[in-house]
Design a protein around this ligand. Sequence first.
Ligand SMILES: [Ca+2]
Ligand SMILES: [Ca+2]
Length: 200
Amino acid sequence: MDGVLAGSDASSPYTLDIDSTTLANGTHTLSAVAYDAAGNAGVSPTVNFSVNNVTADTTAPSVSTSVTGTGGTIAFAAEASDNTGVTRVDFLVDNVAKGSDSSGPYTLALDSTTLSNAGHTLLAKAYDAAGNVGTSASVSFAVNNTTITPAVDNTVVIAQMTLRLDSMDATLATMSTRNSKVKSLKADVAIQRDLVQQIK
Ligand SMILES: [Ca+2]
Ligand SMILES: [Ca+2]
């Protein structure tokens, strides 16, 4: 076999069993040599044969993961590789699955407002077609979504300012306009009212 003696058989029928797992996958050659009592040798034509042993995949994918961002939409990413191919990567936050990606690059966008403002852990699990699972090292990350206070309602502020200006106006109206300070205050109030009207 492949030019090397693989075995002999001294009695008919002449046979030889070979464990093909001892051979590499691929094409091999076989020839038989028959001998008579006088030592004459007859060599057969060479026959090609192929070996194709399928070995079960027991190698789990290797995977690592990372997080970008601390608020709003945060991005998870995983680097995964396998001897036969990665079929899917799951992302787990605090050991709860948040989503999968079945094609590289393996990523997941998560609305971080669904998580508490605190420290969390991220794990990525990578699967191959044979069901082997590789788990990444745990990655710690923090979520910090600042609570946005609602914008001040201009209408309310304007209404309040108008009330105050009206009240000042009423008070000034009871005072003597011959007093120059009162006169100037009345002018100021008028200007402020104009400004408030413009803002409206
Ligand atoms: Ca594998
Ligand atoms: Ca992807």
